[in-house]
Ligand binder design. Sequence first.
Ligand code: SF4
Length: 225
Amino acid sequence: MVESSAGRPAPPPVEARSLAALVVAHRACTRCADAGLIPSARPVFSGRPGQRVLLVGQAPGPVEHDVTRPFAGRAGRELVRWMLRAGFADEEDFRARVWITSTTTCFPGRRPDGAGDRRPGPAEVALCAGWLEAVLHLLAPRLVIPVGSLALSRLLGGLRLDDAVGRAFDAAGRPVEEASPTAGRVLVPLPHPSGQSRWLNDPARRRRLDAALELLSGLLDWTVR
Ligand code: SF4
């Protein structure tokens, strides 16, 4: 269970018996606005029952907030380029096959210094944790793609991007060596495609991204078997 910065337990997973009920409840969520953590709540995610891949980013940006569509801005265009390299036919194919959400699903606002979007704080992550846990439970994806360090810490706590990108892990955080494991959920972390991230400035790290996309390419067919 995720804990807030004050050490309080996060709210329990949302009680929803179906993905349809979960989507309705999640779209109506205003917890962070009610707590004064964000100016207004507008949850952004997309998905449909039957998808076997879950992608988890950091948080929506202003473009995503405006159009209520995940990864709709510049970072999203880069992510889609990565997904095409991983084997999706086109953006439509990617969005049709992947439930796309984020660690916190409402735009957290700009940083006070104006240099980019604010990284969601522990209290928002804790408040939003139940939605992510619920979709993991109800969708039961075979492949999970944490995108960026916040999603990585949420799903594979303790691992850094430098340790994780280019490798696959099982749900317990153990490295998975086989490209086509026979059972269980597999997680393949990616860095964040945002221009704010400097992580990919290092050529060695770009090779790690290449390896991660290669891994995804080998796992996509497996997810629908
Ligand atoms: S970020 Fe998550 S918990 Fe916070 S208001 Fe939006 S949907 Fe609700």
